[in-house]
Design a protein around this ligand. Structure first.
Ligand code: NDP
Length: 392
């Protein structure tokens, strides 16, 4: 496993709870001490740690040659996706990640760069799983599950992501601040009638009701799973993604942007080149540290409208995750938890031979049933509602 942040902490702990599937983990990251800290809590399976720069293919190859992995789980940052995929091809090992490749010098993410590896993974007889966190990840599997069992045709899908929790800080992001702020401040985009429609950042919003949380203002954003879902379910007429934000969060975000702290280009400070958003990350609370006082729930799901047996049907499938319970179990908050659990379960699907096919895939391309059969007992139970008002 590569990366030693909040998501990795959860994935390692979950793997260590599934000793029938996982026996040995090599945990490598830029800062070895962070790997050692995670490893110190792991008792029941063998874990080793190493320092690696995942942006460097030669370093990765040296690491792979020393530990001989059967699967590489990339829980570092999206900037490293391609170098890790290159190293996987060079060594001959399958690959799994939770976020699509992103350019360092441009806030843009899409799957085209990683989909371009399809032929090479196919020829090598290796599998690459793209986006096996919660969203992307579980939301894609939810969609595949609903297409398999509840619809003959999915026509409209709205993915709704609510963090109804409170970390009691004035401002903090729930995962890597740099990636998070870049994602939220870019232009919105959704799919309708075969076209992508762009919107100004966070300009389209409406109140939505989240079960167990209540009504929250929800903002339309682009999210990478829209891209793969409209490709893999071509009957979809409209696909949108919504995320909730509180007023306090949006005010801080506006100030951060207005004073130039969200800039991703380097500036000279005291004769040294710094990137403002990277400096900001250094002074904001570490997402891993938020867990201790976090209360409330996340609620993430898919609201789907389509046809079953010639009749229109609506369907809402979601998971609610309690920050405090996630912390009690893994020492991290629910955003890391909801991402780390599916990453570990995706790795288990591969290890058991249930999800294994040469090529590059988004997770909705595999049979959703074995994943759905286990996701609840792994800590993320789901609820299904039929023929309800979807509000969207
Ligand atoms: P963190 O920033 O907490 O952790 C990232 C880790 O990657 C850190 O340990 C960091 O090292 C390490 N890292 C960064 N650059 C390198 C490098 N060049 N070489 C080796 N290691 C490196 O992030 P999170 O744990 O919050 O998120 C991990 C991933 O999960 C991200 O890609 C994020 O986008 C994704 N994610 C996906 C979600 C989903 O639902 N699909 C939701 C939330 C997150 P160091 O400690 O030295 O900085």
């Amino acid at each position: 496993m590569i990366g030693a942040g909040g998501v990795s902490t959860v994935a390692v702990k979950k793997m260590a709870m599934n000793t029938d599937v996982f026996t040995d983990i090599m945990l490598a990251s830029r800062t070895k001490s962070k790997c050692d800290k995670i490893a110190a809590d792991i008792k029941n399976i063998s874990i080793q740690t190493e320092q690696v720069d995942a942006g460097n293919v030669d370093e990765l190859l040296r690491l792979f040659n020393s530990c001989k992995p059967e699967l590489v789980v990339n829980l570092a940052l999206p900037y490293q996706d391609l170098t890790i995929m290159d190293a996987c091809l060079a060594y001959g090992v399958s690959y799994l990640d939770t976020a699509s490749y992103e350019l360092l010098d441009e806030a843009k993410y899409e799957y085209s760069w990683q989909w371009a590896y399809k032929d090479r993974f196919e020829k090598a007889g290796l599998t690459a799983f793209l986006g096996c966190g919660f969203d992307p990840g579980v939301t894609n599997v939810f969609t595949a599950y609903s297409a398999k069992h509840h619809f003959s045709e999915i026509q409209y899908i709205d993915i709704v992501d609510c963090n109804g929790g409170d970390h009691h800080k004035a401002f903090a992001t729930n995962f890597n601040p740099e990636i998070n702020i870049r994602e939220i401040t870019q232009r919105g985009k959704y799919f309708e009638n075969g076209e992508w429609i762009e919107t100004d950042p966070l300009s389209v919003h409406r109140p939505l009701t989240y079960p167990g949380v209540g009504i929250r203002e929800s903002y339309l954003m682009f999210h990478e799973e829209l891209e793969s879902l409209v490709k893999n379910f071509p009957t979809i007429k409209r696909a949108r993604f919504w995320m909730t934000f509180g007023q306090e969060y949006l005010t801080h975000l506006r100030v951060i942007q207005n004073i130039g702290m969200a800039r991703i280009d380097p500036v000279i400070y005291n004769g040294v080149e710094i990137v403002p958003i990277q400096f900001l990350k250094a002074v904001l609370p570490d997402p891993k540290s938020l867990g201790e006082n976090y209360t409330g729930l996340t609620s993430i799901g898919c609201r789907i409208r389509g046809i079953k047996d010639g009749k229109e049907r609506t369907y809402y499938i979601y998971n609610n995750c309690d920050h405090a319970k996630a912390y009690e179990e893994t020492g991290t908050q629910a955003v890391s938890y909801t991402t780390g659990v599916p990453a570990a379960l995706g790795a288990a699907m591969f290890a058991k031979g249930l999800w294994r096919r040469p090529g590059v895939f988004n997770v909705e391309e595999f049979d959703p049933d074995p994943f759905m059969a286990e996701i609840g007992e792994q800590g993320l139970p789901f609820v299904e509602l039929f023929d309800v008002d979807l509000e969207v």
